[in-house]
Design a protein around this ligand. Structure first.
Ligand code: URA
Length: 441
């Protein structure tokens, strides 16, 4: 087999065989196929696309390129969740404890983030002492005992995806739905879950800007998951504005704690209830979504979700007192209130730009080698549909460096589109994608 022929075949729009995909994934992972040939193939895939068969095979080849977790010693169905990435997305910190409180085991491997803020693992490190690297036996013991453990991905999870993703990042080939779907699903499958709930974001702060593209991505992932025996459901949710108020690692942890105390922003609370409810459905704990929602809401209102978060933090060596007293968290000392020079209704927000402002402050990584500052971020007080009156603060910046704060302020000011015509609030959930049906809202 020759890499040249495979590139030429895809360039001319033909479907690659399983053996050809296996040849590429294995050869690139072990280093016998060079970057320049895989770059050319990725660009051909970008333009000519992949069939569902090719995408499923690519997913399984990448999933098989490294460790595959065996979670069979945890009783019951193991359901994982994944978000395609958005600004202010701290849902795992709320959803995982709620689902565990409902009795469904959460054995989750999460990543560190690239982009505007860190990932779930970075956020959890806001709790002093929190250990994200439990050994496998301790990980399993914790799930059996507490129904919840959250750890960082093992170094050898999907090495093929790590290499291919890094190459996509520098060859402008990230935003292809087959490549995104196979990248996300390979990690989920290798992490051992029996069922998967995906939160696919759509809007100005997401990979997918248009609803049809987001539904298409969601459907690709749902079909891949179901074809390989993992009950997979996707929620398509709005990312035309940040989720909740907080953007930035420790600020988001505090907001997640407040949400588990029923004192969080309503959009975040609603989305978390929906994701948790679909996890109960995917894990076959309940048969109707109404029953699942009621169960999750009961755990939220009774405070059992909060108790689970406390258990999670304590069982992984973190200081649980921060759950009860979030004022103990260290937050950046310099505060800057951002005001606009116009009044009116917020019509649009450039959410990606708001994420960039958070990254400039130090909340996110520009490259995987960047250091992140857990204490910085933004509190976004005005969102789409809100009325801004004279002298009102739209965003509070929390920073540690005056130059970066000034840059973030300029970006935030330019990210708002304000008009004196009233604007209705947008729907948070845009679609639910299941194996045999798509419901649009
Ligand atoms: N997240 C991933 O893990 N992979 C992608 O390709 C995009 C988002």
């Amino acid at each position: 087999m020759r890499m040249y022929d495979i590139i030429q075949k895809k360039r001319d729009g033909y479907e690659l065989s399983d053996d050809e995909i296996k040849y590429v994934v294995e050869g690139y992972t072990e280093g016998s196929i060079p970057d320049y040939q895989v770059s050319a193939l990725l660009m051909a895939i970008y333009f000519k696309k992949m069939t569902t068969r090719e995408t499923t095979y690519l997913t399984m080849a990448m999933a098989g390129s490294g460790d595959n977790l065996d979670l069979s010693c945890i009783q019951g169905m193991k359901v994982d969740k994944h978000s395609s990435g958005g600004v202010g997305d701290k849902t795992t910190l709320v959803v995982a404890p709620l689902v565990a409180a409902c009795g469904l085991p959460v054995a989750k491997m999460a990543g560190r983030g690239l982009g505007h803020t860190g990932g779930t693992i970075d956020k959890l490190e806001s709790f002093p002492g929190f250990n994200v690297k439990l050994d496998f036996n301790k990980f399993i013991d914790n799930v059996n005992k507490y129904k919840i453990a959250l750890v960082s991905q093992t170094a050898n999870l999907t090495p093929a995806d790590k290499k291919i993703y890094a190459l996509r990042d520098v060859t402008a080939t990230v935003s292809n739905s087959s490549l995104i779907a196979s990248s996300i699903m390979s990690k989920k499958i290798a992490s051992g879950a029996d069922a998967i709930v995906l939160d696919v974001k759509v809007g100005s702060g997401a990979f997918m800007k248009e609803i049809d593209d987001a539904i298409n991505l969601a459907d690709e992932m749902v079909q891949i998951g179901n074809q390989v025996g993992r009950n997979t459901i996707a929620i398509v949710s709005n990312m035309d504005q940040p989720l909740g108020v907080a953007v930035g690692n420790t600020l988001e942890v505090i907001e997640a704690i407040n949400t588990l105390k029923c004192k969080g922003p309503k959009d975040l609370e609603s989305l978390c209830i929906e994701i948790a409810a679909y996890m109960l459905i995917a894990g076959k704990m309940t048969s109707t979504i109404a029953e699942a929602r009621n169960k999750v809401i009961a755990k939220l209102k009774s405070g059992e979700g909060l108790i689970k978060l406390r258990e999670l933090v304590g069982s992984q060596g973190g200081d649980e007192s921060f759950v009860d007293n979030p004022e103990k968290f260290e937050i950046a000392k310099i505060r800057k209130q951002v005001k606009l020079d116009k009044i009116g209704y917020v019509h649009k927000m450039d959410t990606e730009a708001i994420g960039k402002a958070a990254m400039i402050l130090g909340a996110g990584r520009e490259t995987k080698y960047s250091e992140i500052d857990l204490s910085v971020g933004l509190m976004v007080h005005k969102k789409v549909g809100d009325l801004i009156l004279e002298n009102e603060v739209v965003v509070t910046i929390y920073g540690n460096d005056d130059d970066k704060i000034k840059q973030a302020e300029d970006i935030i000011k330019a990210s708002y589109t304000v008009s004196n015509v009233e604007k209705y609030k947008e729907k948070l959930i845009r679609a639910i994608v299941m194996k045999d049906e798509v419901e649009r809202y």
